[in-house]
Design a binder for this molecule. Structure first.
Ligand code: NDP
Ligand code: MG
Ligand code: MG
Length: 330
């Protein structure tokens, strides 16, 4: 595995170039501000009636509507929500210069062929492995969130140099830039969020909470045990893997982990994980999510409502009020 750092960046790549950042949300804001501080000529492309227009102005950046922002840009970063990028691309494509680079922070639209990039363009991916707030904070502290880099289309033969120069501009080369493909980034990202990070972790928390409450234990105690304390364990894993967690938990916790853990997340769970992965790989998940958006997200909204009405949410609101320090780190 090749990991690039600052010394690998070509001095001439994107030198003095104009970079258009489409979208000024989590990633867009962080990329735009970091690139500006790195000396690039940055313009933000957002719709005139949205909050982002005001936010980018307030931050002192030049702002234009997307179709104008891309004019004369050597690189255009698509940083609006994934399901909006197809329309944004259609809106701006006629104004993108020949031989320009288009950049994504997640491969969804290119990999699942929602966007079929014009042949003359370089098409690259720079995906920071962290939310925008962290990308900005780490940069300001002289560090950087690691990034994944991929090239999908290399029309000018400079695609990789440009991608790396962009990663350098947002601070990514300080943390390390790892090479991947659009397929690998897209499929692993979707699998991670579905099976482990978002889908898996929250379901584990909720089912654990329900089990304790249904057995007659107090919901407040169940909340602390199954949700609140998860952070402690995740932090240990994050900092030092399984070994560090084992250093900090009791002997009894270790024995319970080793003997009961595999009964909770078991062979059936792993079989289901493989099915979930298959649905990502064969495009079933993408088709379903795209269709859901076309239908106005009716089922998505129903499921979201149900999720947010769960008892664990009511208990959580009440208990978190007494822990004001939790809001300070958000
Ligand atoms: P956000 O949801 O934060 O993007 C919001 C921005 O998009 C706002 O500027 C908003 O403008 C604009 N926007 C929303 N809807 C539309 C629309 N219909 N048309 C035009 N502009 C619109 O996006 P993220 O930063 O979360 O994600 C951007 C990309 O980065 C995605 O590809 C995502 O997968 C990827 N990514 C995200 C990560 C994250 O941590 N969030 C991590 C790594 C990659 P307005 O104010 O006008 O509504
Ligand atoms: Mg994701
Ligand atoms: Mg275990």
């Amino acid at each position: 595995m090749q990991i690039y750092s600052q010394k690998d960046v070509k001095k001439k790549a994107l030198k003095g170039a104009r970079i258009a950042i489409l979208g000024y949300g989590s990633q867009g804001r962080a990329h735009a501000l970091n690139l500006k501080d790195s000396g690039f000529d940055v313009v933000v492309g957002v719709r005139k009636n949205g909050d982002s227009w005001k936010n980018a102005k307030k931050d002192g950046l030049p702002v234009a509507e997307p179709a104008d922002a891309v004019k004369g840009a050597a690189l255009i970063a698509f940083l609006t929500p994934d399901l909006t990028q197809k329309d944004v691309y259609a809106e701006v494509i006629d104004n993108i210069a020949k031989g320009a680079t288009i950049l994504f922070a997640h491969g969804f639209n290119v990999h699942f062929k929602q966007i079929k990039p014009r042949q003359d363009l370089d098409v690259v991916l720079i995906a920071p492995k962290g939310p925008g707030g962290l990308v900005r904070r780490q940069y300001q502290q002289g560090r950087g969130v690691p990034c994944l880099m991929a090239v999908y289309q290399n029309a000018t033969r400079k695609a990789k140099d440009n991608a790396l120069a962009y990663a350098d501009g947002i601070g990514g080369t300080r943390g390390g830039v790892l090479t991947t493909t659009f397929a690998e980034e897209t499929e692993t990202d979707l699998f991670g969020e579905q099976a482990v990070l978002c889908g898996g972790a929250t379901e584990l928390v909720v089912k654990g909470f329900e089990t304790l409450v249904e057995a007659g234990y107090q919901p407040e105690v169940a909340y602390y045990e199954c949700l609140h304390e998860l952070k402690l364990i995740v932090d240990l894993l994050h900092e030092g893997g399984l070994a560090k967690m084992h250093q900090f938990i009791s002997e009894t916790a270790k024995y319970g982990d080793l003997t009961r853990g595999p009964r909770i997340v078991n062979a059936a769970t792993k079989r289901e994980m493989k099915k979930v992965l298959k649905e990502i790989q064969d495009g079933k998940f993408a088709r379903q999510w795209i269709a859901e958006n076309k239908r106005g997200r009716k089922r998505y909204k129903q499921l979201m409502n149900k999720d947010l009405k769960h008892k664990i949410e009511k208990v959580g609101v009440k208990l978190r009020r007494r822990m004001p320090w939790l809001q300070e780190t958000a």
